[in-house]
Design a protein around this ligand. Structure first.
Ligand code: BGC
Length: 370
């Protein structure tokens, strides 16, 4: 079968032929891959900045944003059946007995760093025709999501962030509701930094959770993304028209910043704009660049005097996958055209070179295997 593989020591990315995997454990499930999304992490692996082949192998099959169809199940499989559409999770637990996170099935919070990730770290990924994995890592998606279900994995990032925001904000009276003085409905205000796939999916999740949502990005409006955001009821602010220090004047008290750019300079400027009791969530992984100047006194004063919280989040657990499947169903019902517009191209496996090594373009590009 065909697979897209990276050979870090030879600095090569190529289409290879390899033996299809065979199910071994009674809980193993065999999948026919349908769609695999291309993301920034894949492009970084193909630029040899990231990514580790399985032990003893000279190459890593990449791809971690997947949609597959079950073709065969082991005798002890109970969660999926042939014909089901499934999303397979990315991270697998570390082997250490004292990693309480991994031992509790929460490898997305692994303490040791010895976890593995399919298509990223130590395990082959999903840009191939057939995949075998344990049923415990699979989540069934309804057939109605067939065309967009490949967006589930990138959406899990926002879902894990939102679950944590809810937990963090239990520290204060935070629920939305009606202002007793004005009788007006009160909504929390969220700013999403960046309008790539993670930012746009994050904006959809925030609007669906009833946040008054604004997206802050580089491109001047109107553009395809600003129109998509307006269509779902979010606001769009362009950095070319609104400097960050003027953003709060327009938005009001910024209760939540969801960072989805991976650009630390803009993120730290935005940190100065978080409001009282606000939360700032980092999801991007910046490459190492030259140091920048940051007004640390302002940031530290605000953190203390305004009760702010800053946290980072990576990967996602079972709960976030389930939430992403539920939310994508909601998005599909509320904004079918906008959800569809996130997938800007579908390509056969042979087009991998342009998608992974060429200039980044579109929103979410997908390789199709069936
Ligand atoms: C993936 C995560 C993974 C992270 C770090 C992201 O692109 O979506 O599942 O944990 O990269 O490797």
């Amino acid at each position: 079968m065909k697979a897209i593989a990276v050979f870090p020591s030879r600095r090569e990315v190529k289409l290879i032929e390899q033996e299809p995997p065979t199910p071994r454990a009674p809980t193993d499930v065999k999948l026919r891959m349908l769609d695999v999304g291309v993301c920034g992490t894949d492009r970084e692996i193909c630029a040899f900045q990231y990514g580790t082949p399985p032990a003893g192998s000279d190459h890593l099959v990449i791809g971690h944003e997947s949609l597959g169809e079950v073709v065969e199940v082991g005798p002890a499989v109970s969660r999926v059946k042939p014909g089901d559409l499934v999303i397979t999770m990315v991270r697998r637990p570390c082997p250490h007995a004292d990693c309480v996170a991994c031992r509790a099935g929460r490898q997305d919070f692994c303490f040791t760093g010895d976890f593995s990730e399919r298509g990223i770290k130590g395990l082959d990924g999903f840009m191939t025709e057939t995949v075998v994995d344990d049923e415990r890592y699979m989540h069934v998606v309804p057939r109605t999501l067939r065309d967009v279900a490949v967006l589930v994995e990138p959406l899990t990032i926002a879902e894990k962030a939102l679950i944590q925001v809810g937990q963090v904000q239990q520290r204060l009276p935070w629920a939305c509701g009606v202002d007793p003085r004005t009788q007006r409905r009160f909504r929390h205000r969220a700013v999403v930094l960046g309008a790539g796939p993670v930012g746009l999916l994050g904006a959809m999740a925030l609007v669906a959770a009833d946040f008054d949502t604004s997206v802050y990005s580089r491109e001047p409006a109107p553009n395809a993304k600003s129109e998509l955001l307006t269509a779902i009821g979010a606001h769009y602010f362009s950095a070319s028209e609104t400097p960050i220090d003027r953003l709060a004047e327009q938005v009001g008290n910024i209760d939540l910043v969801y960072e989805a750019t991976g650009a630390s300079s803009i993120a730290f400027q935005m940190m100065e704009a978080i409001g009282t009791n606000g939360v700032f969530v980092f999801t991007g992984v910046p490459g190492r660049k030259a140091p920048i100047e940051v007004d640390t006194d302002v940031i530290m004063r605000n953190l203390v005097l305004k009760n702010q919280v800053v946290f980072g989040t990576v990967n996602a657990g079972q709960e976030a996958f389930e939430a992403a499947i539920r939310d994508l169903t909601v998005f599909q019902q509320r904004w079918p055209a906008a959800v569809q517009a996130l997938i800007t191209g579908r390509y056969p496996i042979e087009a991998y070179r342009d998608l992974l090594l060429g200039p980044a373009q579109g929103i979410k590009n997908v390789l199709t295997f069936a």
